[in-house]
Design a protein around this ligand. Structure first.
Ligand SMILES: [Zn+2]
Length: 235
């Protein structure tokens, strides 16, 4: 395990649900945004099925989540944010999604792309990774390596762009940790902006966010961290 030392000019976070980027990478995104890095956020799903409560109205939930994610994005300081509005549970790594992601990567030209590690399915015998996370992860891998970098893939989506590095969260094979000691509080506040998703009161959620970050930071001796599996693409 090593400390993340990338110095990108521009990054893109591609996640399935409106709260995923904040939970997985809110600290490092806020850190980079505060240093003047362009942070582009891509949310694939509309969030309209993200509830365990019977009889939830999906249209109201979608509207509420749109507002929550706007507030969270403002807190992190992201430069642009887009929702692709795929229905929750229906993400498929299809040609249309790959073409859309290639277009976004070529438009914003990020040095680093962050997103979910699609190879992780089971977590500690108590959690099955959501299929939207897995499909989004595969789609972003296919879109970045190699499609966006090769001009004959989706030529109508703009000139080719080579992303330098991938950082994959929700992984069983982390190898880098971002030091988020300066931005842990911003991260926790951004997670708390997703009011519809919170199971517990603010203090409990905050202590879960801090506890996980403390655990992630421990292997490299920082107070709070976020762990990723990294892939360098431009060697
Ligand atoms: Zn999610």
């Amino acid at each position: 395990m090593r400390l993340l030392t990338l110095h990108p000019r521009s990054v893109m976070a591609i996640y399935a649900h409106p709260d995923d980027a904040d939970v997985a990478a809110g600290g490092v995104l806020a850190q980079w945004a505060s240093e003047g890095v362009q942070v582009h956020l891509v949310i694939v799903c509309d969030g309209a099925k993200g509830s365990h409560v019977p009889l939830t109205d999906s249209a109201s939930l979608r509207d509420a989540r749109r507002e929550e994610s706007r507030r969270a994005a403002d807190l992190l300081g992201v430069s642009t944010s887009v929702n692709l509005n795929r229905p929750d549970g229906d993400v498929v790594n299809d040609n249309e999604l790959r073409a859309t992601l290639v277009g976004l990567v070529r438009t914003h030209q990020p040095d680093v792309v962050l997103g979910p590690d699609p190879t992780a399915t089971f977590f500690a015998g108590v959690y099955v990774n959501h299929r939207d996370h897995r499909e989004t992860g595969w789609a972003l891998l296919d879109a970045v390596a190699p499609a966006a970098a090769m001009p004959l893939y989706y030529p109508e989506r703009g000139p080719a762009h080579q992303v330098s590095a991938l950082l994959l969260s929700g992984t069983h094979e982390p190898d880098v940790v971002a030091d988020i000691t300066r931005t842990i509080d911003t991260k926790a506040t951004a997670v708390l902006a997703h009011v519809s998703q919170l199971a517990g009161d603010a203090d409990e959620i905050r202590s879960v966010v801090y506890g996980r970050a403390e655990q992630a930071g421990r292997p490299i001796g920082v107070a709070y961290g976020e762990a990723f599996r990294s892939v360098e693409l431009n060697r």
